[in-house]
Design a protein around this ligand. Sequence first.
Ligand code: GDP
Ligand code: IMO
Ligand code: MG
Length: 421
Amino acid sequence: MTVTAVIGSQWGDEGKGKVVDYLAERVDYVARFNGGNNAGHTVMNEFGTFKIHLVPSGIFSKNTTGLIGGGVVIDPAVLIEEIELLNKAGVGVDGRLWISPRSHLIMPYHKMLDGLYEEAKGAGATGTTRRGIGPVFADKVSYNGIRWTDFASDAFESRLQMQLVLKNKIIAALGGQVLNYEEVRDLYRGYYSKLKPYIKELFPLVQDGLKANKHFLLEQAMGTFLDTDWGTYPFVTASTTIPSAASAGLGIPPRYITDVVGVTKAYTTRVGAGPLPTEIHDVESGVYKKFAEVAATTGRTRRVGWLDLEIVKTAVAIGGVTELCVTKLDVLSGLDEIQVCVGYKLNGNDVTYADVDAYGLGNVECVYRTSKGWDEDISKAKSFEELPVNAQKYVKMIEDAAGVPVKWIGTGPEREATIRR
Ligand code: GDP
Ligand code: IMO
Ligand code: MG
């Protein structure tokens, strides 16, 4: 039995989707356990290119069963579209994708409130994906949520009615368009009838799988520093993103997690507001243009920066990371020099990530180490030894700082563009 959690060690978009797709070839179950369709995980394989939001990225492996745990929040329209897209592409998810009836539904008022709160906050906005994530998790922990299991009785109707009394008052006060009960009820009844064949309690499946020594891959959404508790609060997401979330969000006892793969982009990106100590602000510079990316969910431009080893070290410590996968090493080709942040100073004193809050982190000065770059295109390299010496040194520097081995290196977005050490 192996239970491998794949987590992002930065602010999301580290390449988790690609890594999960790659690792899924050898597992029985692949599961999402946190977040919702704020996630956008890119996969490029023999079926095509996909930006997946809810279905686990390992579903492309034929013998794998996909699980969406109770810790995930679901916009049903997005999930239905995704299932249809995957089926049309020949992936065939029917009979091997299961959704926990404990998972909470993103309702139209969650999306409206997400947007209304962001607009009300103006310059202080979080820069959310506006998918309703903060409001749905707020409802979950304040006992106002609606779950798939509510359709099994008349709980759905009565809970929706009660929620609309509450939510329409807030929506009206913030200048939004109030919602009609019958319209929302009928829309969601329709979603339920489409998704019903996939909804099933996961408890026996997971427990039997553990007893039968099956292999599980747990796919985190977002990154360590978007975690509600350990991230750069309040510039975070509304769910736990560190590996412990898999325990509650899927129903895997913590002691069963055998490995934690920390996915680390060879530089840093962030979408939305909040501190990014190594940020490169000069949008005309060559390095900015090299690192620039478009967000998979919202199409926004990702902010970019140099690799921050203090961030990676903290993610390894808090997540119990056992090995790293360094992605996008190919993107660094062609730089004469590469900067890497090896520590922070605040008012002349050395500080760590844990010493400061988000506002303090916004004021730290990075201590940089300069590494020599390489010119060669590494996208076809098949082994560590084939990489230019300076690329090898860069990888070794990351593992020395992190204190755990770099077991995989990404040299391109496709599944096979992966070096295993
Ligand atoms: P996720 O949210 O962690 O799954 O990451 P995203 O899919 O949002 O963003 C990662 C981006 O990097 C996507 O466009 C991937 O196709 C791409 N990517 C992943 N690994 C590599 C790699 O090793 N090299 C290159 N060039 N692109 C990669
Ligand atoms: P994946 O799984 C990058 C960010 C948003 C915003 C903050 C709160 O693809 O790595 P939310 O909509 O969650 O309330 O927004 O979190 N964010 C992500 N950034 N990748 C993600 O997911 C993200 N999911 C949320 O940009 O700053
Ligand atoms: Mg992403």
